[in-house]
Design a protein around this ligand. Structure first.
Ligand code: UDP
Ligand code: MG
Length: 142
């Protein structure tokens, strides 16, 4: 069964002009893009998106960074989308991420790690609804 996940190309990767290379890696790995937009979050929106991390030591820095510039948000569809996308992006800290993963290739630090991927199907649905309305998602013919 095809499932969905939310991806965010973070401000560091947009600034370094690697959006095209990251999208290429994602589509080559078999994901279909069913929604995509360029946006900049406000600080308050970033705090709401990362609500689960409120109170953690990195929350302030994370939400300041995520609202510091444009991001590319995408809804991706694939069998086992959440699990396979987490494998494609690699560990949170780019130094721990396996060679070939997006964070290993494009991340520079644990904070500026180039990309976000939902960590469960439930969180994926919440995160997709945070950025997209139903009419902004396409239904690919098979
Ligand atoms: N983060 C950070 N310092 C940490 C842990 C996380 O700056 O010690 C940032 C990092 O950008 C990460 C995001 O907070 O991607 C969300 O953290 P999470 O533990 O959910 O990692 P992820 O699911 O993104 O791998
Ligand atoms: Mg997470």
């Amino acid at each position: 069964m095809r499932t969905r996940t939310l991806a965010i190309i973070k401000p560091d990767a947009v600034r370094r002009n690697v959006v095209g290379e990251i999208i290429s890696a994602i589509t080559h790995a078999g994901f279909r893009i069913i929604g995509m937009k360029l946006v900049q979050m406000t600080k308050a929106q970033a705090e709401s998106f990362y609500e689960v991390h409120r109170g953690r030591p990195f929350f302030e820095e994370l939400t300041r960074f995520m609202s510091s510039g444009p991001i590319v948000v995408m809804v991706l569809e694939k069998e086992r989308a959440v699990e396979d996308f987490r494998a494609l992006i690699g560990a949170t800290d780019p130094r721990q991420a396996a060679p070939g993963t997006i964070r290993h290739r494009f991340g520079t630090s644990i904070g500026e790690n180039a990309i976000h991927g939902s960590d469960s199907p439930e969180n994926a649905e919440r995160e997709i609804a945070f950025f997209f309305s139903l009419t902004e998602l396409v239904d690919h013919a098979l």
